[in-house]
Design a binder for this molecule. Structure first.
Ligand code: NAD
Length: 484
C-alpha cells in the first residue's frame, strides 16, 4: 500500500459530473437518476443508479482492501484523514455552492458545513483507539483490544449530506475498516464528490460510494457480506434497517429522529435567549435532528419571550440560499414539503393560535418555501408537540412548575437532545440531569464536537457516533489473556 498521501491536491475536481466510486475508480451506470434544486425545482446533474453488479463490485473491493488496510499504522490513517480534510477545504467554495444547490441551505450555512465536514475528520484523527489493561501482574496480562469489523455501509440523510458523511468515514477508517457510503437520493452530489476526492488520500477500496434510488439502501442492508451499518435518518427507516440487519446479525448504529425540548427558566435574559432560540429552531429551515422542537417558557416571561422571538423570526429572509440575507432556504424535497404542510393543516384544523407564519410562502421562485411558524401554547397532545415536523414550525409552551415541565419534556419517544436555560447554571444543570436525552446542554443547544460521543435515548437511536465510544462502535472487542 503506497505511503504517499495527497499527491494530487492541486488537480481540479469536476463539480458537474458525478460517478460511483468503486475500487478507486469513477464508475458510471447504464441508467441514471438526478436530484432537484429545492429552491428552483430545476433538475440537477445525472448520478448513477446502482445495480446489484455495482454493489457486488464495491463489497468485493472493500473486502480485498480490508486485508491490508486493517494492518496499516494508526498514525498513517490519521495523516490521511488530515490530508482529506485539507483537500475538502481547498475546494470549500465549490462544495458550498453545490451543497446550497442540492440541499437548499443558505450559502453561509453550507460553508460552515464544509468546515465542519473537515473538522470531523481532523477531530477524529485526535482520538486514539482504546486498549484496556484489565489485569497486569508478574504472572498474568489481560487486555481488551478493539479490532476493526471489516466492511461498513454508511447510510446518510439529506439534511447534512457532507458533515454526516465525514462523521462516518473518519471513525470507520481510523479504526481500520473500509466503508461504502450511500448518500440520500435527494442529495447525492457533495457526497459522491467528497468520496471521489478521498481517492487522492486513501488506497482503492477503503472509501467508496454508491448512489441509487430508494431500493439501494435495503439491498445494501440485506447483504451477508458486510459487517456493519451506520445509519442516520428517520426512526421509521431505522427500524427497517434494524430488521434487515438482524438476518445476519450485522452490527448497527442508528442515529434517528429527535424532538428536542428547551426549558427556559424565568431568570434568563429574555431578549437574548429568545433571539438565540429563534436561530436554534429555524437553522437549516428546522431540518436538524437536534434543532429545538419544543420550547417550554416559564409563565412569568412567556409574553415578553414570545414577542421577542416573533420579532426575530420576522426579520429572517426566506428564499434561495444563494441570495444574500437569506436565513431560511427551502424545505429540501417534495415529500418533506408535503409533510410540513400536514402539520400546518393540522394547526389550522385544530384552531391553534399562530404567532407568526402558518403557511407556505408564495414567491416568484417555484421552490419548497415555508413561512417560519411559531405556534402559541398548543395542547401537549397536539401533533406539533408529539411529532417531529423536521421543518420551520415550532411550538412555544407555557410552564409554571419545575417538576411538571421536566415530566412534559420527557413525555416523548424521542431522546436525542435537550437544553435548560437559566442564569443559575448549577440549578439548570440539576434540571438537565433529569432529562432523558443523549445530549444535554445548559445555556446552549446543538453543541456537538467530533471528540464527544453523540447518541440518542429511546427511539432516537441505538449505539452512537463520535468520541472514543463512537470508535468502539466500529470495532469488535478482543480480550487477550497471556499466562506469563
Ligand atoms: P430517511 O430515513 O428517509 O433516509 C435516510 C437514508 O436512508 C437515506 O439515504 C435513504 O435513501 C435511506 N433509506 C431509505 N429507506 C431505507 C431502507 N429501507 N433501508 C436502508 N436505507 C434506507 O431520513 P431523511 O428524511 O433523509 O432524514 C431525516 C431524518 O433523519 C429526521 O428524522 C432526522 O431527525 C433524522 N436525523 C437524525 C440524525 C441523528 O444524528 N440522530 C441526524 C440527521 C438526521
Amino acid at each position: 500500500m503506497g505511503s504517499q498521501i495527497g499527491h494530487s491536491d492541486g488537480e481540479a475536481l469536476d463539480f458537474a459530473s458525478f460517478s460511483n466510486i468503486i475500487d478507486g475508480d469513477k464508475k458510471r451506470t447504464e441508467s441514471t437518476i438526478h436530484g432537484i434544486n429545492p429552491a428552483t425545482l430545476e433538475a440537477l446533474y445525472p448520478v448513477p443508479l446502482s445495480t446489484k453488479t455495482d454493489i457486488d463490485a464495491a463489497i468485493a473491493a472493500a473486502r480485498a482492501a480490508f486485508k491490508t488496510w486493517r494492518k496499516t499504522a494508526v498514525e498513517d490513517r490519521k495523516q490521511r484523514l488530515r490530508a482529506f480534510a485539507e483537500g475538502l477545504l481547498l475546494h470549500k467554495n465549490e462544495f458550498a455552492h453545490l451543497l446550497t444547490k442540492e440541499q437548499g441551505k443558505p450559502l453561509a450555512v453550507a460553508e460552515s458545513e464544509v468546515d465542519n465536514a473537515a473538522r470531523w475528520l481532523t477531530g477524529t484523527a485526535e482520538l486514539d483507539i482504546p486498549v484496556e489493561t484489565v489485569v497486569e501482574t508478574p504472572t498474568s496480562l489481560i487486555k481488551t483490544k478493539y479490532v476493526p469489523l471489516g466492511v461498513v455501509v454508511g447510510i446518510v440523510p439529506w439534511n447534512f449530506p457532507l458533515m454526516l458523511l465525514t462523521g462516518k468515514v473518519g471513525p470507520a477508517v481510523l479504526t481500520g475498516n473500509c466503508i461504502i457510503i450511500k448518500p440520500s437520493p435527494f442529495t447525492p452530489y457533495c457526497g459522491l464528490k467528497a468520496i471521489e476526492l478521498a481517492q487522492r488520500y486513501f488506497p482503492p477500496g477503503v472509501i467508496q460510494a454508491l448512489s441509487g434510488d430508494d431500493s439501494l439502501g435495503p439491498q445494501l442492508t440485506a447483504r451477508s457480506d458486510i459487517h456493519k451499518i451506520s445509519f442516520t435518518g428517520s426512526t421509521a427507516t431505522g427500524k427497517r434497517v434494524m430488521e434487515s440487519a438482524s438476518k445476519h446479525l450485522t452490527r448497527i448504529t442508528l442515529e434517528l429522529g429527535g424532538n428536542d425540548p428547551a426549558i427556559i427558566c424565568p431568570d434568563v435574559d429574555v431578549q437574548a435567549v429568545a433571539e438565540k432560540m429563534a436561530g436554534l429552531a429555524f437553522l437549516n429551515s428546522g431540518q436538524v435532528c437536534i434543532a429545538v422542537k419544543r420550547i417550554y417558557v416559564h409563565e412569568n416571561i412567556y409574553e415578553e419571550f414570545r414577542a421577542a422571538m416573533v420579532k426575530k423570526v420576522e426579520s429572517y429572509g426566506v428564499g434561495n440560499g444563494l441570495q444574500k440575507d437569506v436565513f431560511l432556504g427551502p424545505v429540501q424535497n417534495r415529500l418533506q414539503f408535503d409533510r410540513v404542510k400536514e402539520f400546518l393543516d393540522d394547526i389550522r384544523q385544530e384552531k391553534q393560535v399562530v404567532c407568526t407564519g402558518g403557511d407556505v410562502l408564495q414567491t416568484k421562485e417555484r421552490g419548497f418555501f415555508v413561512q417560519p411558524t411559531i405556534v402559541d401554547n398548543p395542547p401537549d397532545d397536539s401533533k406539533i408537540v408529539r411529532e417531529e415536523p423536521f421543518g420551520p414550525v415550532v411550538p412555544l409552551l407555557r410552564w409554571a412548575d419545575e417538576e411538571e415541565v421536566i415530566a412534559r419534556a420527557n413525555d416523548s419517544n424521542a431522546g436525542l437532545g435537550a437544553s435548560v436555560w437559566s442564569s443559575d447554571v448549577e440549578h439548570a444543570r440539576c434540571i438537565g440531569e433529569e432529562l432523558e436525552a443523549g445530549s444535554v446542554w445548559i445555556n446552549q443547544h446543538m453543541g456537538i464536537i467530533p471528540t464527544a460521543h453523540f447518541a440518542g435515548h429511546k427511539s432516537s437511536g441505538i449505539g452512537g457516533e463520535w468520541g472514543v465510544d463512537g470508535l468502539r462502535g466500529y470495532c469488535n472487542t478482543q480480550t487477550v489473556f497471556v499466562n506469563r
